[in-house]
Design a protein around this ligand. Structure first.
Ligand code: FE2
Length: 244
């Protein structure tokens, strides 16, 4: 298996990102599955891996409908993720493998599934590690904290008549801030909370589902931001941001 350093990946250099995409089939082939029959548990009961994947696949297919509602979708995915059995062998094995990588100082980013309609990734953070603000153009995201503790902050781009950003900057409004602990979830849609930043308080493992998944076009459209350290005077949730 090819190994990728998450720091390289998250720097979002286009060639590096494309390299990861090229290798996705190999990465995905390594995903292990729980027994599907064993995963069919009662409504609101814990879901094993294959049942979870099947349910997510069914929901993600709805994105092709004209009436697809992203807010409803991320709520549905979040509801499913809240039922995911975190002790499922498919997940614990992946978490153990990625934990070893962290100890080795290597890869701690791993695709568990990459479909046409969605991707499912396991991301592990070192304690204190920060992923700086970035967006997910045209995408929805669901983040389930599988272990650890991580601060998340979400922003929306805004334009205001009475506040102008400095040259080369834009205004981002903080629309969500919190701490994710085990089993807790954060979501974003193409139009709401789409920009986020993460700061791990502890070694943390997240399960991410992005719908639709990254592709070449969405990677090229992705933006990363450098936020001003302090909010705009008189606007405690408003920040100037410089695309980087
Ligand atoms: Fe992100």
């Amino acid at each position: 298996m090819d190994d990728y350093d998450r720091r390289e990946f998250l720097s979002l250099s286009l060639p590096g990102f494309l390299g990861v995409l090229t290798a996705l089939p190999a990465l995905c082939a390594l995903a292990t599955r729980a027994n599907a029959a064993g995963g069919r548990l009662p409504e609101h009961g814990a879901m094993h891996w294959d049942a979870f994947l099947e349910a997510v696949t069914k929901e993600a297919a709805k994105q092709h409908l004209d009436a697809w509602n992203q807010d409803t979708y991320v709520k549905s995915i979040a509801s499913l993720a809240s039922r995911l059995h975190l002790e499922d062998p498919a997940l614990t094995k992946a978490m153990e493998q990625i934990s070893i990588r962290l100890k080795q100082g290597k890869v701690d980013f791993k695709y568990l599934e990459d479909r046409v309609d969605f991707s499912l990734c396991l991301v592990q953070f070192d304690q204190g590690e920060i992923i700086r603000p970035h967006d997910h153009p045209g995408m929805t995201g669901m983040i389930l904290c599988a272990s650890g503790e991580i601060e998340t902050t979400n922003f929306d781009p805004v334009e205001l008549e009475n506040v102008k950003a400095a040259q080369g900057h834009q205004l981002l409004k903080r629309v969500g801030q919190g701490v994710l602990r085990e089993n807790e979830i954060s979501t974003l849609t193409a139009k709401a909370r789409n920009i986020h930043t993460l700061h791990a308080r502890k070694v943390t493992q997240l399960v991410d589902i992005f719908t639709p998944p990254y592709n070449k076009e969405r990677i090229e459209q992705s933006n990363w931001f450098e936020l001003s350290p302090d909010p705009v005077d008189g606007h405690p949730d408003l920040y100037e941001a410089k695309p980087t």
